[in-house]
Design a protein around this ligand. Structure first.
Ligand SMILES: [Zn+2]
Length: 299
């Protein structure tokens, strides 16, 4: 690759990392008209990679506090896609106690990893993947009394083989509509342009809602949002993020339900399951960076 090509790739990469490749899609009168027949939206919050094993100012505990008590809506329930055997996450005593707290508070535990690292499931051989899914399902069942029925593949990455393995374990793949781009994989822990980023992404989701592409569940359209509870920036700004989501909805012309977030575990589960990937031929939409990374893969 010559220098110019390399510079171009880096520039594109940075653009995608910032999560903002332009202003929000403009709301046309036609889209506004089509939105009128659609149900209001409700944000379905999900958190990946946790829970934190930190004994000092634990970010996952902060996120739980914020969901419980905040000026927007008290007692919000979320889905936590946990790493059950990562020593800096759920593979620790503190991590396990937080998973117990998540379950006791009415949040849902979904599967993310049961390996030491945040390993891409597609890089595990069939035996390793099988073992990892069995371990993860068991680790979660020890806490909740049931195997998880939701999985979020690390790096959003799955193929026919890993998808079939999830199915054998009764795990349904939940991707996302909005991403705060706050994952630590790339060493990015602050999101200075988060408001613009989320508004831009939500304007794209709005187009799909106007098109009737998103299902209505219990009278609302669930919009899946992804954060990372290991991220201290996210934890510190969790309450602000809730307000940013509401602001983004009104800025993009989307009507939120009287309850803009889920506060009932069963309704949360129904909504999450309704948004899972049915089969590997279904086209998937991912916000920002990840779409770009995995676009060329055959899912
Ligand atoms: Zn992850």
């Amino acid at each position: 690759m010559n220098n110019f090509a390399r510079a171009l790739v880096v520039a594109l990469f940075v653009l995608h990392l910032s999560g903002c490749i332009g202003p929000p899609i403009e709301l046309t009168p036609q889209t506004e008209e089509r939105l009128r027949v659609q149900a209001p939206i409700r944000f379905l919050l999900t958190f990946d990679d946790g829970p934190s094993a930190s004994s000092f100012w634990n970010p996952s505990a902060d996120v739980l506090d914020a969901l419980d008590r905040n000026p927007v809506q008290p007692g919000i329930k979320a889905v936590f896609f946990v790493q059950t055997r990562a020593p800096r996450a759920g593979g620790s005593e503190i991590g396990r106690s937080l998973m117990r707290r998540e379950h006791a508070n009415g949040h849902l535990l979904g599967f993310h990893t049961a390996t030491y690292w945040h390993t891409n499931h597609r890089f595990l051989d069939p035996d390793e993947l099988e073992q990892s899914l069995a371990n993860g399902a068991n680790d979660i069942a020890v806490i909740t009394g049931a195997s998880p029925n939701l999985v979020r593949p690390p790096f959003w990455s799955f193929d026919k083989r890993t998808f079939a393995a999830y199915q054998r374990h009764g795990m349904h793949v939940l991707l996302t509509d909005l991403s705060a781009n706050d994952g630590k994989v790339w060493g990015i822990t602050v999101s200075p342009r988060r408001r613009m980023n989320l508004t831009r992404q939500l304007s794209e989701v709005r187009e799909r809602i106007a098109d009737g592409q998103l299902p209505t569940v219990d009278g609302v359209i669930p919009v899946v949002v992804t954060f990372h509870d290991l991220n201290r920036y996210t934890a510190r700004h969790a309450r602000e993020y809730l307000q940013i989501l509401l602001d983004s909805a009104s800025e993009t012309g989307l009507r939120t339900d009287a309850k803009p977030f889920y506060d009932d575990s069963r309704a949360l589960e129904r909504a999450a399951l309704a948004r899972t990937v049915r089969d590997t031929s279904q086209p998937v939409h991912l916000p920002g960076l990840w779409d770009w990374l995995w676009d060329s893969d055959s899912h």
